[in-house]
Design a protein around this ligand. Sequence first.
Ligand code: ATP
Ligand code: MG
Length: 395
Amino acid sequence: VTDAVPRAEIVSVGSELLTGATVDTNAAFLAGELTRLGFEVAGVRQLADDRRVLATAFAEARARSALVVVSGGLGPTHDDLTREGLADALGESLAEDPALVERLRKRFRAYGPMPATNLRQALRIASAQVLENPIGSAPGWWVDRDDSVVALLPGVPSEMRRMWTDAVSVRLTSRFDLRPLHVRTVRTFGLGESMLAERLGELVATPPRRGVTIGIYARDDGVHVRFETRADGSVVDALVERVRSLLGDDVYGTDHDELPRVALAALAQAGAASVSTVEVGTDGALAAILAGVPAEDGVARFAGGLVLADTSAVSAPPPADAVLRLVLQPASDSGRSRAEVSLDGPPSLSLTTDRVRIHGSGPQRLRRSAFAALDQVRRAAVESAASRSPHRAPL
Ligand code: ATP
Ligand code: MG
């Protein structure tokens, strides 16, 4: 086992990526997967459907990196030139693969006659192994030659992901000596990035262990502290525990604990089995977020919400054990806004505050106000549940 982390490069093929008509989500998916598997992603390129450009780029990437993952340009039309580009880069020629022709004919039998142009998808170079595409017509390629691997995947995101999961990731883990990345995240709400860094002090100023990277990321649902290592995973587990004890109540969860679900679980703990909402000035951001939380035992059910244009409209929210109200004030010229949050629930579970400050603009401002309201709910519910706990001395 060596310490070296193999380098990978990602190439996204398609002229529509260069005009902004399509957002390159394939590269983001592949970058995340490759990093997690144990590669260092050294670069991502978006390239036009141009045979010469592709041939040059593939040759350069193969010379630099152990792995090149390409998506797009495997379709049947004349502008899909990824196969040709790789053939040129490797100095190989394309020939019809009878097995691929048969596979295409079979596939088209269900849809009527096969357009002749689809035969282009049966072309293969000698060193390419075929990667099955069970949900599309474009087969992928796995080319392992001269100490470097090139994988060609379809551009359609669902086909690309399916081929990645079924065929590519397993080949990569057996072909390369990989040390997977251990990632742990602590999720916080209520502290800004710089305040959080200050509270963590030494921990982020001087990384405590070699081989651990620390990132602080502001998201709509709070600030996340992320630890990564390719070494022993227990090192980052210990760091997570230290951050939790340093930040206390400002931590709402770790890893995949989503704030809305955490808030609804806290409500259930505090004795509210359901919640409904009334919101003003948010375009329904709060209801949209709560409606996306899967129903689950031990988590308060979202009974529905009212989205109002202003506070003068009087209507009753759907009946529920608790009602959460959020009023987002218009933003000031400097882009700041305030939100009022209140909660009416079972005894000992209530809150009223007009001190919630929201930064940001556009839809982000609206979503942030919804997450801020849910964080208030979480805090109130945790306090209420603690006051009901039998471990506490009676007041
Ligand atoms: P197919 O045979 O299915 O056409 P293909 O390999 O030729 O596959 P493309 O023609 O390059 O794929 O792309 C098909 C569609 O997939 C595009 O119109 C686009 O919507 C989507 N797509 C392609 N590349 C990407 C990408 N990098 N990120 C997100 N979507 C993409
Ligand atoms: Mg295409």
